[in-house]
Design a protein around this ligand. Sequence first.
Ligand SMILES: NC(=O)c1ccc[n+]([C@@H]2O[C@H](COP(=O)([O-])OP(=O)(O)OC[C@H]3O[C@@H](n4cnc5c(N)ncnc54)[C@H](OP(=O)(O)O)[C@@H]3O)[C@@H](O)[C@H]2O)c1
Length: 310
Amino acid sequence: MASASQLRNRINRQGNDVRRILVTGASGDVGRKTLLHLLKTRPASDLVALVRDSSKAEDLAALGVELRQGDYFDRASLLHAFAGVEKLMMTSTHAFTDRKTAQGNVIRAAVDAGVEHLVSMSIARKKNSTFSMKEITEEDLFTEQMLMSSGLTYTLAYHPPFLDVLAFYIGANACETGVRVPAGSGKFAAATRDDLAAAHAAILSGDGHENKSYTLTGDPSVSFSDIAEILSNIHGKEVPHTTLSDEAYFELKRADGVPDFVVEFACKWVQGMNAGEWEDQTGDLEALIGRRAKTAPEFFRDDFPLSAKR
Ligand SMILES: NC(=O)c1ccc[n+]([C@@H]2O[C@H](COP(=O)([O-])OP(=O)(O)OC[C@H]3O[C@@H](n4cnc5c(N)ncnc54)[C@H](OP(=O)(O)O)[C@@H]3O)[C@@H](O)[C@H]2O)c1
């Protein structure tokens, strides 16, 4: 049954013919890209961007997207920002920032503000897998359970590793140094943030995604050894795949000034990739975006290491 605030939003929408979509994390990569994809099918007047700092999203404002300020740790700001919103994309927040409280606040505020449908993103988990990642798995499960028991219509978008972030694991200068990572031969179906954002936009602007989950995967799956071969082919020279002990990997990253807790986090991601935690391919990403997603060879040819980002 619709809540009082949902009914109020519906009446407002009928009066004003507005079905507004809000995307959180709009000053960041995935959130901004989701809005840019939404702009291809929806008028800017339908779209709202949640930001902490408006100066970081002036480009979106220039395109006509309304900016609203809000912080995941300030529920009053969220409640205010979500007024009149029908669908909400919750861009997950950074590890090591109390994601349970932050994302829980977004869900509670969405309920209180009368939002109808919330789209949430989690890191994909293989069926029956026992693999878990500190700061990720437990927080994702918490968020999903809270969302599914909130009474909101939901869609869960499960993500693979971002292709755009692989530079952090293998080194932005991997073409010169070789692909240096802890040992393992598993494959992973990484995808670009841009294609994942396009899938979010398809969910937010289309129908039939109510109370469904999608596991978004790239194609083909690749291993670190495959990546070394891809780089070798692109650059016409041998780029070796060198396996390191976890200790040696720590030393390498420490020398780059990366704090230990971040190296530990990176190691866990690499272990998951090497263990095949994200090897499965589902076809969900292509089905949602209606085209082939960018492949790993295309990404390494066109974008590596330009998009290197921690
Ligand atoms: N699948 C993967 O391989 C992978 C890799 C890395 C990250 N991730 C996840 O994907 C998410 C999105 O990635 P991204 O590349 O778009 O990250 P990003 O560029 O760092 O963007 C994160 C966004 O979250 C916002 N944010 C952070 N804390 C907030 C708060 N307390 N209140 C409101 N907004 C807040 C940031 O706002 P500000 O600009 O104000 O900081 C920013 O807009 C990450 O947050 C992380 O959970 C996944």
